[in-house]
Design a protein. Structure first.
Length: 397
């Protein structure tokens, strides 16, 4: 969601009247009294006990007709992993295939398939929810749709929940415990700011990359970033070319809402835990609740930024073999989640070790299936980089 009220600098104006005297003050940023600026954008914090969240800063090629897009695939050190979906002429998934049914060619040279997993193998899913302020969906609608999505996954599938506004929160680590996942989703809260690029960077490089097996990211956002300082869209797209996970963006358009509301401040509450006393600018506890008045800015409100956000989400999907969905109502939001859950049950996974591991070289790849009248959806190129030299891939300890 676009950071309607922290697109750059947030001003908090609070008028306090006590014993007939009035005091007006403003803050450039909202701070939790227990959280300092140095902790605000931490990449990974030490795990906190439940239920406290962890604070952290169709390319389709037919066997008979080539219909290719510029998709890319992942590489982990030397092992190249390719998610592959096979469909018939009517678009129906073709299941029951085995390793011997596939051929992989890199730059037109056939490769030996080292590892194979079929559609029955479980997935690890990173559910990444944009919790920045927006009028498009109510919090309850987002949580309900997310929980419905979890219910459509297989019992053995694991899920991690990540929520982000200006700060990124890992609400739960990968687990198949449905109660824990539901708790994590229901613990999400709307906040200000939109550090989309930092959230995607964290999810790809520190959460998903170390996980073995089949994996995917489901990213719910409008695609507009306003507060990232340590990651950029170009970083994300480059990293996606080396990631062995599918990315499924679910995009909604908040442009009209943002334009209508950008000229007026909105009180969104103090977002502190219930029962927490308010704190004055001098650090003194105040005797009554403080509403937060967010002052809008122009960042994240232009047509160009929304077009750039849409292109960014398109490329994340293309570069990983996923699919981008559009959801502007609760109904098609639920439909998008249902389609993704269905597709995740329809992927094979192939891995091989390339002969030439020279870094920085982009290679073309094709997957063939020993079946008639089928089409193969997969990524079609990848780039090898040195994980040890990538600052974005380092985990903060």
């Amino acid at each position: 969601m676009s950071g309607l009220f922290t697109k750059g600098t947030i001003a908090f104006a609070v008028v306090l009247t006590l014993f007939g005297a009035s005091l007006v003050f403003s803050q450039s940023k909202r701070q939790n009294p227990e959280t300092t600026d140095t902790k605000r954008n931490r990449r990974v914090a030490e795990p906190a006990p439940s239920p406290t969240p962890i604070s952290t800063s169709a390319a389709t090629s037919d066997n008979s007709e080539a219909d290719e897009e510029d998709d890319v695939i992942s590489v982990d050190t030397r092992l190249v992993t390719i998610p592959v979906r096979v469909i018939d002429r009517k678009g129906r998934f073709v299941g029951g295939l085995d390793k011997k049914d596939f051929r992989v060619l890199e730059d037109n040279v056939e490769q030996e398939i080292a590892h194979f997993s079929n559609e029955q193998q479980p997935f690890t899913v990173a559910l990444v929810l944009d919790m920045s302020y927006s009028a498009k969906f109510k919090l309850a609608d987002i949580q309900s749709a997310a929980i419905s999505f979890i219910d459509l996954l297989r019992p053995e599938d694991r899920v991690m929940v990540i929520a982000f506004a200006e700060e990124t929160l890992v609400m739960c680590q990968p687990t198949s415990d449905r109660k824990e996942i539901y708790r994590a989703i229901r613990s999400t809260k709307i906040d200000t700011g939109t550090s989309l690029y930092e959230a995607v960077d964290l999810t790809m490089n520190e959460l998903l990359r170390p996980i073995e097996g089949r994996k995917a990211m489901v990213l719910f956002t409008d695609g507009v970033d306003t507060t990232s300082r340590r990651a950029f869209n170009t970083d994300n797209l480059s990293d996606a070319m080396e990631l062995d996970a599918l990315i499924y963006p679910i995009r909604y358009d908040t442009y009209d809402d943002v334009r209508q509301m950008s000229s007026r401040p909105v009180v969104i509450g103090d977002n502190k835990p219930k029962g927490t006393p308010p704190i004055s600018p001098t650090g003194n506890t105040l005797p009554f609740p403080i509403p937060i008045v967010a002052t809008p800015s122009d960042r994240g409100t232009t047509k160009e930024e929304y077009e750039r956000g849409e292109e960014y989400l398109d490329k994340l999907a293309q570069h990983t073999g996923g699919t981008k969905f559009v959801a502007d109502t609760v109904i098609n939001l639920n439909q998008a989640f249902a389609r993704i859950a269905s597709e995740l049950r329809e992927f094979y996974s192939l891995s091989y070790y390339p002969d030439d591991t020279k870094q920085g070289k982009t290679r073309k790849i094709k997957v063939r299936v020993d079946q008639k009248d089928v089409a193969v959806k997969t990524r079609e190129s990848y780039t090898i980089s040195d994980p040890g030299q990538s600052a974005r891939a380092k985990v903060s300890k």
